[in-house]
Design a protein around this ligand. Structure first.
Ligand SMILES: [Zn+2]
Length: 340
C-alpha cells in the first residue's frame, strides 16, 4: 500500500509500505476513503519539530476491512470515523471524557500514519465510531473534519464554556479556529468574534457564524476585543494557534472569571505567573478528546445540521501529498483533503 513519509522537514514523499495486519484481537484494519493534512503537520514540515522518516497523518475516514476477534461494535463493511488518538474508551480517564489521555492511548500521527491506503487501528471499539449507514459522497469531507479539526474546535468551545448569551473570541483562523466558530454558534453564543486578517478565512468564519471580525493581532487585537465588550473582554476565548503571542492574546482578551479553551499545540509558550494570577481566568485545553464528541458530531453531519467540510479548500490525490503540504505551508490552502 502507499503511505506518506516525511523524510526530513520540507521533504514529503509517498512510498510503498507493507499492508497492515491484525496484531491484537481488539484491532481493526480500515481501508481509507479520505484523509487530510493537518495544521499540526506543518510544525515538522517547517522544522519546528523533528522529522526523520516519520509516517504522517492522523485524520481519517474509511471502511472496515477486517476486525480482530474481540471487536464488538464494528463489522466488516462499516463506514467509520476515528479519533486522532487511540483510546480504549473504558478506562477511568476515558469514562470521564478525556479519551485523548487514555491509559492505553497513543497518537495516530506517531505510530500509524493515516495519510495512506490502509491503517491498523488498535482498540477499534474505543477509537472508531460507525456512521448510521454508507455516507453520500458529499458528506465525506464533513465526516473527515470530525476526525480532528471539528472535534478539536468543539472541545475548545466546550472548554471555554461557550453558551447562550456569551461573547466568544476565537484566536486563530486556521481550520480549528473556524471549527471553533462553528461550535460556538451551535452552542448558542450570542456574539462570535473571529480574529483573522485573511479575506477568504474571514468569509468562511462569517459563514460558520462569526458576527464580528478583528484583524488586529497581539495587544492591538486585545484592545479591539475590549472595545467590543464594554472594556471587559470576552466571556469565552478559543485559542487555536499555540504560540506565545496567541496564548497571551487569549489570556488578555478574556474577562475576569471568563474561560479559555486552548487547543493550538503549544510551542515554547511560557505564561507569566503574575499576570495569570491577577487575570482570574479559567484555563482548560490540550489534545482534544475527539472520541467524546464523535457520536454527536456524526449525527449533526448526518442530519445535515452542520457543514464542517467546507474547511477543505483543496482536494488532491494521495500521490500529490507533497503539493498539499506546500500549498498549506504557503497558505494557498486552509486545509487539504487527500483522496485515497
Ligand atoms: Zn481509556
Amino acid at each position: 500500500m502507499r503511505g506518506v513519509v516525511m523524510y526530513r522537514p520540507g521533504d514529503v514523499r509517498v512510498e510503498d509500505r507493507d499492508d497492515p495486519k491484525i496484531v491484537d484481537p481488539t484491532d481493526a484494519i480500515i481501508r481509507l476513503t479520505a484523509t487530510c493534512i493537518c495544521g499540526s503537520d506543518l510544525w515538522p514540515y517547517r522544522g519546528a519539530e523533528a522529522a526523520d522518516h516519520q509516517v504522517m497523518g492522523h485524520e481519517y475516514v474509511g471502511v472496515v476491512e477486517e476486525i480482530g476477534s474481540d471487536v464488538k461494535t464494528l463489522k466488516v463493511g462499516d463506514f467509520v470515523v476515528g479519533s486522532f488518538v487511540i483510546s480504549d474508551n473504558t478506562c477511568e480517564i476515558c469514562l470521564v471524557g478525556y479519551q485523548s489521555r487514555c491509559v492505553h492511548g497513543s497518537f495516530v500521527s506517531r505510530d500509524i500514519g493515516t495519510q495512506s491506503d490502509k491503517a491498523r487501528i488498535p482498540y477499534a471499539d474505543g477509537t472508531l465510531v460507525a456512521t448510521p449507514g454508507q455516507p453520500d459522497p458529499e458528506l465525506i469531507p464533513s465526516l473527515l473534519a470530525a476526525s480532528d479539526v471539528l472535534g478539536t474546535g468543539w472541545f475548545a468551545a466546550v472548554a471555554a464554556e461557550v453558551g447562550p448569551g456569551k461573547t466568544v473570541a476565537v484566536v486563530g483562523d486556521g481550520a480549528v479556529g473556524l471549527m471553533g466558530v462553528l461550535a460556538a454558534k451551535q452552542l448558542g453564543a450570542e456574539r462570535i468574534i473571529a480574529m483573522s486578517r485573511h479575506a477568504d478565512r474571514q468569509e468562511l468564519a462569517r459563514y460558520y457564524g462569526a458576527t464580528d471580525i478583528v484583524e488586529e493581532r497581539g495587544d492591538e487585537g486585545v484592545a479591539k476585543i475590549k472595545e467590543l465588550t464594554d472594556g471587559l473582554g470576552a466571556h469565552s476565548v478559543i485559542e487555536a494557534v499555540g504560540t506565545q503571542q496567541s496564548m497571551m492574546q487569549a489570556v488578555r482578551a478574556t474577562r475576569p472569571g471568563g474561560h479559555i479553551g486552548y487547543v493550538g499545540v503549544s510551542h515554547d509558550v511560557g505564561l507569566p505567573g503574575d499576570e495569570l494570577f491577577f487575570s482570574l481566568v479559567h484555563l482548560h485545553g490540550g489534545p482534544a478528546p475527539v472520541r467524546r464528541f464523535l457520536p454527536d458530531l456524526i449525527q449533526l453531519i448526518w442530519d445535515r445540521k452542520i457543514d464542517p467540510g467546507r474547511v477543505f479548500d483543496l482536494t488532491l490525490p494521495l500521490e500529490e501529498a507533497a503539493e498539499g503540504y506546500k500549498a498549506m505551508d504557503e497558505r494557498r490552502a486552509i486545509k487539504v483533503l487527500l483522496t485515497v
